[in-house]
Design a protein around this ligand. Sequence first.
Ligand SMILES: O=C(O)CCC(=O)C(=O)O
Ligand SMILES: [Fe+2]
Length: 291
Amino acid sequence: MALAITPLTPSGFGAEVTGIDPTLQLDEETFRAVEQAWHDHAVLVFRDLAMTPEQQIAFTRRLGPLHIMVPLQYNLDGHPEIFVVGNAEEGGKAVGMRRAGMGFHSDGEDKAIPNAGSFLAAVQVPPEGGDTIFADTRAAWHALPRETKARLAGRRARFSRITLHHVHYPHLPALTDEQKRDRPDVWHPIARLHPRNSRVALYIGRWAVEIEGMAEAEGTALIAELCDVAHRPEFLYRHSWRPGDAVLWDNRCTQHCATSFDEERYTRRMHRTTLEGEAPVLASVAAAVAA
Ligand SMILES: O=C(O)CCC(=O)C(=O)O
Ligand SMILES: [Fe+2]
């Protein structure tokens, strides 16, 4: 079967990859074609994979250096490169992080060096619920009125885990003083330039609390407005998982959001490998307004 890349939305945001080795041990030419498709479509869906953890790690590592999630609490035993998400338990103990990512965000947006990409593989999924929604933040930036682009160009937003941890993770223990020291607030450009293709994306998310140079209330209102634009239906792809699916996304130009499922009845277990990133680059005012 030949490799094929089929767009998942009319705009070309998201694409499905077919005709590929289900263990993702790809020859160089096929790998390069997949990598290019990832840069073009920002989200790539693979179905019917049969990867071992080692194969998932090896494939992701070809895209760039891997990021190990800390603390190591939810990383797979023997494979710290794999972060486990979901409500699966082993011997009465949670193996994954429950209710991770419910609320639109990009991975690592609350860190000085956010993650470039993430590759999430479905091991066990509920028969209903537990979809993941992806948002196209290049299209969102493009859709902003020119005056809004001009108002935001050159500015940064403050992302704060300290302010919002208890809001997004009410079921988890509060941050300790040490964790707060480890995760200080960070400022990132709102018009973010992609290092690979110089395209501009709206960089905002659920940890954003303030916009540089704006009064608090004005900033939070604008953040909410920007999020509304990013989450317009025409900018979304919603993925309903089957076991054997995996989705690769680019955190520099997308957001994603986990959705709920009946956690009393069903088990959902996902394995994520995560790419190390770079400090976000601010688009010039001219590039941001023109994008
Ligand atoms: O479980 C999901 O659907 C996504 C969770 C999430 O945000 C992530 O793995 O980065
Ligand atoms: Fe996430």
